[in-house]
Structures are given as C-alpha cells and as structure tokens.
Design a protein. Sequence first.
Length: 214
Amino acid sequence: MAFAAVIVLQTRCWAQNNPPPAGAILDLNGTPIPGGGNGITYQQYMVDFTATFKSTAITFAFRDDPADISFNEASVTDLTTPSGNLLTNGNFTGGVYTDNGNPFTPVGWTYANPFGTVSGGVVNSSCNPDPLGNSTCWFDGALQAYDEISQTTATTVGDSYQISFYVAESSGCSTNGGPPCNFSASARTASLAPVETELTFYPTLSLQFLNQRL
C-alpha cells in the first residue's frame, strides 16, 4: 500500500496551520521563489537518494497561503543503471480519476488531504507552460495545511536515483512587500493594503520517500 493511502484520515478535520510532514529529503524552505512568485517562471529541482528496498514511495507535499504552486515534469531515474522516467504520468497529461474525494487526481498517483485543507491540488490543463511546453500541471493552493500526491515505483537495492521536477509559484511575494522572497517553513502574517485582512504566507513544497519491502 502506498504511503499516501496509509495516512489519509477518514473523518474530515479543518486545517489549522498544520506543518508539512516530517522527514523530507528535500524542502524548499529558505530557497528563492522562482520568478519572484510571478506564476510563469519555472525552476527545476533535483535530489538524489539510494534505494534500500525493492519498492519506494515518492510523496510530494504542498501548501501555499495565499497563492498557488504549479508542479510539473516529475521524474525518477536510475543513475546506476540508466533508465527512463520510472514515474507514471509525471507530466500529468495522462488523465484523472477520483481518489480520496478528489476527482482531479492524476492517473498513476494517489491523493491525500489528511487535515482537510481547502483549495487542495488538482490537475489543471490551463497552467502557464513549463520549459518543456506543457501547460497541464498539478496546481495546488492548499491553505493552512499540506495535501500530497504519491506514487510507488520499483527500485533496485543499492542503486542511486534522481528525483526531478519543475515548480512555479504565483504569490508575487505579495505578503512580503514584493520580491525577492523565499519559500517559508513557518507561517507569518502580513496585511495587504488596502484590504485590511491578515493573510499567512507559507508557500512550501516538501518531498519524502518511504522505502517499502516487497
């Protein structure tokens, strides 16, 4: 069973500034938001890991108050024994199905929303094109908590693997008073003039993997 399915809560609870899951192998905290949050500039991120079991679940967790993250071109490749992309539907053009109440879950992935966050992720066919020209992406604006997508792939024990993906973000750094600004690990409040409303600024994306023995 994939990790995402394990942690889904069957009863809905409202998000209350819940942090992303612990144990991430990549966290964008402290790194610059691509394009100053202009929503159209994508940046590629990569991280390597060594497989210790025959099956590995790759989980991406998202949160963005008060804007949206565009996530695309997810891949896992074997660096030891060169391979193509081991993920199914990594560019999200392969259709959708309903999983855990989300009718826009990408085929090949599972969806989890453990804290009942609103504005959770969906496959969106009208995203700004990524560097590969693809305008279909995972579009996620989860508020006050994370949601996540996950996929399990076969891996060879001892082989090194590389995970890569592209991200754009659309906040315009508005709650920071404009660019430059970074992804954040903790929410902070700021007023957006002239609207006298407190907003949290917490664009974050964290990546986990969970080894599973077959």
